[in-house]
Design a protein around this ligand. Structure first.
Ligand code: HXC
Length: 521
């Protein structure tokens, strides 16, 4: 055997060893936990044969606490480039079989390398987390590694899409890398995210709680809103990443990929002409409206279980990707509150950063009143949504279906926030507030006097409410000022959106020159 052939054999052996990560036993243990390995996850995500791995032979340099005996090729992360659906992505997956996927200085260098490549190439970064956090034996060097990653997360924000899948532990300051990315997907039961674990919580606050209830997928998908998706299996989590990628561009200078559309753009949807109940206080399901107007009725929802009073997600019109923001009358009457505002604000900003037009479907009675909201800064969170809409320069189309009252009318993509096309259904009510509230304020003194004089106050109030409704609870008052561009038949909504998007394709709008705004946060 020639020396060259011998060396090639050595390379093949080293590669095989590297592919085993922390070794066969550790892989068995990982599988026994119901988890895939880092390499298996990458294999499921990327197009077959497309993974180009970097730093397979990189090793850590730590000698503290016996680490000189714990050397594995590649250390605790598998990283490289690949394609998903034929499009370039950069990906890294923490390898729990190697020192619990804990982050070393060299691991951070590997991660930073793919992040830098992604920025240079203008391609999304996908990270799969499964880690015990900072490698304790490395102390400050591990922390510095996190700092390097966080800084890159920040600089990449709004330039390339960043997606985090949490497949195992993600604790302590380590949570801040996913939190800085655009979308988080958590796998139910085997993953968790928290700043301090159950033991510390018990010591500090005396609270007894397990990891799942403190920071599991169900908690973050419903209560905190930290995760955008909860997946039952790792396969489902990976399919979610692929779906998400299909709706978004590779970077902020590109547009989302257009898909062929075989759903006619002028498809009339007669059901929409009868969807609004006669009783203005009765709910209907906004999902039915969304399903009736998008291409093939498809909608990829984000944060479906958090702040259900607002619906956000991606859909397509005539093959073009759009972000939909819709009030949901079937959940708390579609009222805006702290959580709904911050959920929608972040989404609007993502769409704006990545050239994705925004379609808003409005049926909003106002902001939720009360101390619960005021003490939790609904003013600031509402302002976030306002700011996000007002700042967004992508094509914006707003359809008012029914109520659009007061501050919430302005926030939800009104004309003055530089919305391009504002359509209203004939059932729209666009005013400062609802009829009964308005009459109580405007005619309170008169009603009191009539009561004291023994007159029929109810009949008086009803008459005034009718007068108010006649004047304001319709779209024509707003249309008469040009704040509504057209009043449309509901069944025509799909066509008007498709035609509007085609018209707005060349939209160019700039913000005043500034370093950055000071968003109310
Ligand atoms: C070094 C670690 C490690 C860590 C796990 N391991 N976490 N090594 N640094 N942070 C090692 C274990 O020693 C073990 O090595 C192997 O990984 C597998 O861990 P196990 O404990 O056997 O696995 P399991 O029982 O499944 O428990 C997983 C775990 C637990 C819940 C993640 O290991 C754990 O609690 N780790 C510490 C978590 C933590 O507090 N990290 C610091 C957070 S603060 P051997 O050789 O025995 O197989 C932080 C600050 C970041 O990260 C700040 C950024 C700004």
């Amino acid at each position: 055997m020639s020396k060259q052939v011998e060396k090639i054999k050595e390379l093949v052996a080293k590669r095989e060893q590297a592919r085993l990560g922390g070794g066969e036993k550790a892989i068995e243990k990982q599988h026994a936990r119901g988890k895939y390995t880092a390499r298996e996850r990458i294999e499921m995500l990327v197009d077959e044969g497309s993974f180009e791995e970097y730093d397979m032979f990189k090793k850590h340099r730590c000698t503290n606490f016996g680490m000189e005996k714990k050397h594995y090729y590649g250390d605790g992360v598998v990283a490289g480039s690949a394609t998903v659906g034929g499009r370039l992505v950069y990906v890294y997956a923490q390898d729990f079989t190697v020192n619990g996927g804990s982050l070393s200085e060299t691991m951070a260098q590997k991660i930073c390398k793919v992040m830098d490549m992604a920025m240079t190439m203008g391609a999304p970064v996908i990270c799969m987390n499964d880690s015990g956090g900072a490698r304790i034996q490395e102390g400050i060097c591990a922390l510095a590694g996190y700092g390097e990653i966080f800084e890159r997360n920040i600089l990449a924000s709004g330039v390339i899409p960043q997606i985090s899948a949490i497949m195992g532990p993600c604790a302590g300051g380590a949570v801040y890398s996913p939190a800085l990315t655009d979308f988080i997907i958590m796998k139910e039961q085997t993953s968790y995210m928290f700043l301090t674990g159950p033991k510390v919580v018990k010591t500090v606050t005396g609270e007894d709680i397990d990891a799942e209830h403190l920071g599991g997928a169900s908690v973050h998908a419903t209560k905190s809103g930290v995760t955008h998706f909860a997946a039952k299996t790792e396969e489902e989590a990976i399919e979610m990443i692929k779906s998400l990628l299909s709706f978004i561009p590779s970077n902020n200078t590109e547009e989302a990929p257009r898909v062929e559309c075989n759903d006619p753009i002028n498809r009339m949807e007669d059901s929409l002409n009868e969807i609004i109940p006669d009783d203005p206080n009765k709910a209907y399901d906004m999902y039915k409206v969304i399903g009736a107007i998008t291409d093939n009725g498809e909608f990829f929802e984000i944060q479906p279980k958090f702040a259900k009073n607002i619906i956000i997600g991606f859909a397509r019109f005539n093959g073009q990707s759009v972000g939909i923001v819709a009030n949901q009358p079937a959940a708390y009457a579609g009222v805006l509150d702290v959580n709904a505002s911050r959920k929608a604000a972040r989404f609007v900003r993502f769409c704006d950063a990545f050239n994705i037009p925004i379609v808003s479907l409005v049926d909003v009675p106002g902001f939720l009143p009360g101390t619960g909201q005021e003490y939790n800064a609904v003013i600031q969170h509402g302002a976030q949504l306002l700011y996000a809409y007002g700042e967004a320069t992508v094509p914006k189309i707003t359809i008012t279906l029914r109520k659009s009252y007061g501050g919430s009318h302005i926030v939800m993509g009104c004309k003055q926030l530089r919305s391009d096309l504002n359509f209203a259904w004939p059932s729209s009510e666009i005013a400062v507030m609802g009829a009964s509230g308005a009459v109580a304020i405007l005619c309170g003194k008169e009603a009191k006097a009539k009561k004291e004089a023994g007159e029929d106050v109810q009949a008086f109030l009803a008459e005034k409410e009718d007068e108010y409704t006649e004047k304001f609870a319709n779209p024509y008052e707003a249309a008469s000022y040009g704040y509504i561009d057209d009043v449309i038949e509901p069944r025509n909504t799909r066509f008007r959106i498709c035609r509007g998007l085609a018209q707005l394709a060349t939209k160019r709008q700039q913000l005043p020159a500034k370093k950055h705004g000071c968003m109310p946060m």
